[in-house]
Design a protein around this ligand. Sequence first.
Ligand SMILES: Nc1ncnc2c1ncn2[C@@H]1O[C@H](COP(=O)(O)OP(=O)(O)O)[C@@H](O)[C@H]1O
Ligand SMILES: [Mg+2]
Length: 253
Amino acid sequence: MIRPAPQPTAPAGRIIAIASGKGGVGKTWFAITLSQAIARQGLRVLLVDADLGLANVDVQLGFQPARDLSAVIAGISGVRDAAIAHPAGFDILAGRSGSGALAMLDAASLGAVLAMLPQAAAEWDRVVVDLGAGLEAPQRRIAAAADTLLVVATEEPTSLTDAYAVLKLHARDRPDGDARIVVNLASDAASGARTHAALARAAATFIKRNVKLAGVVRRDAKVRDAIRHQMPLLTRHPGCTAARDVEAVARDL
Ligand SMILES: Nc1ncnc2c1ncn2[C@@H]1O[C@H](COP(=O)(O)OP(=O)(O)O)[C@@H](O)[C@H]1O
Ligand SMILES: [Mg+2]
């Protein structure tokens, strides 16, 4: 087996996409909390909900967006006008709730989303994109357009195989790309590290890619409580286990 040489981690780029393959691994929650953590470092952050079929950023945060991505796709407004300021300190470009999945986007609409990303990256310090589950062609295109892809996985075998599939497609689309693993819902740090090691081993062997660990986020009952109250975690439970774990990911990016 060829063991990839350890590489120093270069800083993540401005556009950070969050993918997983499998649904329900905490992508949307993580994208929200990461955005809040980066904003607390003093950076300007735009969170883009590109999980168009479900558009759950607004649900998790309990607001009804007056404007959303559909206005950008339709060419009605630019990204700056379509974004909404959240009191937690970052901006949100909401998804189009109930109006069709990202996988169903026609070519022109996808083109509009892809054209919007560099405009957003020129206006905000970081653009965090929640891609939703799966990796159909439109999601692949957006993932490939991002500077850094964070693949969220859990310890479950189905999540691992799906995360590996995402890494494989991304390596095909962006042979030079920067993809990193976030292990969420980990029972502890060591078990999260083992999950990353298993994925990294498969990636090194079969796709000849050195896939770094962006961080381990432990399972924490405070996460569900914050979502139930439709509040961002770092506002409702600052300093809790999962909050500290996501803050560490934000620092290391
Ligand atoms: N670190 C965590 N600890 C505890 N529960 C979590 C954690 N991450 C996610 N969850 C739970 O998982 C559920 C699904 O999260 P969500 O962000 O909707 O996943 P996805 O976007 O991947 O479908 C959340 O409602 C939350 O209760
Ligand atoms: Mg989601």
